[in-house]
Ligand binder design. Structure first.
Ligand SMILES: Cc1cc2nc3c(=O)[nH]c(=O)nc-3n(C[C@H](O)[C@H](O)[C@H](O)COP(=O)(O)OP(=O)(O)OC[C@H]3O[C@@H](n4cnc5c(N)ncnc54)[C@H](O)[C@@H]3O)c2cc1C
Length: 480
């Protein structure tokens, strides 16, 4: 549907020129209703701008709904702050509209003074080793999406074997390990996807090995996340290291207090051979996967790893293969070595860094010049790192640039306010507006209450759209 003529051309009014104070009267489209999109929307609304928020899924909130682990319900509560923003009179929510599929970026730009892209990073980084595509070798992106009920990831990872290996030592790796190993009874009160909960009840996984290419000093996870893992009922956490290996990795290290505390905690964990419990997590440092090997059915069963040594100053040290290898049995291999942004048609993309080239949020063209009226914020701007709150400063920097540009009058708008709605309607796009979302939200919460769970999600977009057509359309907004 990208490209082509724009229905509603006849209704277009061409508006050009300066907006007196940057904010009031400014019409902005934000693409992506995750944290970056909401933080930016709040800042723009405060300045009197009109914001239309486009989201490819019916449900808003991005990784707050579909990334943050279900047993981190407190963190998910940030969604209530985003909900308040969404209810502002100056904001319209266009859920179930994928930019690049239902409407082109250039088409959108023709209808707004400015377009801000906050689409996050939807894909994963690959290991790049033989056997990576065997059955049972999956990405953390897909596992996280699966247990959080994301419509793109309906398939369960195979949980019929005893040992899962998670490659990576960041917070996402720890999230995945925790959800796989903790007793499913403890996940029941959360908003974990129903099918995922059932599959985890039946899961045979009893050991998760977390594999890091570097040492404890360089491990990216936060100490708090590791401590949470050690507090799980019926789960033991230990370190799988050869005698002297950890000590050698720490020699001569001068560490900041946070890293020192993390390293001391790791050093105090029991060694693998001292563990006796039925469920366990093992941290294994200084090892990189070199090959995944499968059985006759093409299912992963073994990982060949190369042992590494560190080169360079602690914290910034690089892992260098020693040539020494060994094998590790694995019934499931999950790569958790980072998310990766995917390009959006008609938007410049730096494939090497997997971000949109930008200067403080202003999108840069291939020739290095600023593309007027086009901006980025969040993970698509700076890469897939940082907590939810990190996106606030990032979004504010971009909004500052947008307001400065608007005050200078560098914008062009062609479509009138209703033209974009007409365009989507003419294409048969079923826009999920915020009242629709509030009905879905209320139904999910109600289903959760009935079963002692935080909420019960519906994964399938088709089912949600069908459901929206059936019950009476009483407005949740009017009811509140
Ligand atoms: C597994 C995981 C766990 C995390 N846990 C925590 C945690 O516990 N605490 C914490 O503070 N942070 C956590 N984070 C980090 C936090 O989620 C991110 O910092 C934040 O979500 C990034 O915000 P964003 O808006 O850039 O991207 P996203 O949250 O990814 O939002 C992007 C939105 O854009 C939409 N979109 C994409 N393409 C299009 C398109 N073409 N058209 C329209 N819409 C589109 C997507 O559907 C999505 O809703 C976690 C991240 C991950 C991956």
């Amino acid at each position: 549907m990208v490209g082509g003529t724009t229905p509603g051309d006849e209704t277009r009014s061409r508006v050009r020129g300066a907006i007196p104070h940057g904010g009031p009267g400014l019409r902005v489209a934000i693409v992506g209703a995750g944290p970056a999109g909401f933080f930016a929307a709040a800042a723009l609304l405060k300045e009197g701008a009109q914001v239309d928020l486009y989201e490819r899924l019916p449900a808003p909130f991005g990784l707050v709904r579909y990334g943050v682990a279900p047993d981190h319900q407190k963190i998910k509560r940030v969604a209530s702050a985003f909900d308040k923003i969404a209810r502002s009179p100056g904001l319209r929510y266009f859920g179930n509209v994928e930019v690049g599929r239902d409407v082109g970026l250039e088409e959108l730009r023709a209808h707004y003074d400015q377009v801000l892209v906050t689409i996050g990073a939807a894909s994963d980084r690959r290991l790049g080793v033989p056997g990576e595509d065997l059955a049972g070798s999956v990405s953390a992106v897909s596992v996280v999406g699966w247990y959080n009920g994301h419509p793109d990831f309906p398939s369960a990872p195979p949980l019929d074997g005893r040992r899962a290996v998670v490659v990576g030592l960041g917070n996402v790796a720890l999230d995945v390990a925790r959800v796989l190993i903790r007793h499913p009874r403890e996940l029941e009160p959360t908003d974990i996807d129903d099918d995922a909960l059932l599959a985890l009840r039946r899961s045979k996984v009893r050991e998760v090995v977390l594999l890091g290419r570097r040492g404890p000093v360089e491990a990216a996870f936060d100490l708090g996340e590791l401590q949470d893992l050690t507090r799980l009922v019926g789960v033991e956490v230990g370190v799988d290291a050869a005698p002297g290996e950890l000590e050698a990795a720490l020699t001569g290290a001068e560490l900041d207090s946070a890293t020192a505390a993390k390293v001391a905690f790791i050093a105090g964990l029991p060694r693998a051979d001292a563990l006796t419990g039925r469920r366990r997590v093992l941290l294994r440092f200084l090892a990189s996967p070199r090959e995944l090997r499968g059985d006759a059915e093409g299912r992963v069963r073994q990982l060949e790893i190369e042992h590494n040594e560190l080169q360079g100053p602690p914290g910034a040290a690089r892992a260098r293969g020693t040539g020494r290898t060994s094998t590790l049995a694995a019934d499931l291999v999950i790569r958790a070595i980072g998310y990766r942004a995917v390009p959006l048609p008609e938007l410049p993309f730096d494939a090497a860094r997997a971000v949109v080239p930008n200067e403080g949020g202003r999108v840069l063209r291939d020739d290095g010049e600023v593309e007027p009226g086009l901006y980025v914020a969040g993970w698509i701007k700076r890469g897939p790192t940082g907590l939810i709150g990190t996106n606030k400063g990032c979004a504010l920097q971009t909004v500052q640039a947008m307001l400065e540009d608007a005050a200078r009058g560098s914008f062009v708008r062609e479509g009138g306010p209703g033209a974009i709605d007409e365009l989507l309607a003419a294409r048969g796009v079923r826009v999920v507006d915020y009242d629709d979302w509030l009905r879905i939200d209320a139904a999910e919460l109600e289903a959760g209450r009935a079963r002692g769970r935080a909420r019960v999600k519906t994964r399938s977009t088709e089912e949600l759209l069908e459901w929206l057509e059936t019950p009476p359309r009483t407005s949740q907004r009017a009811a509140r």
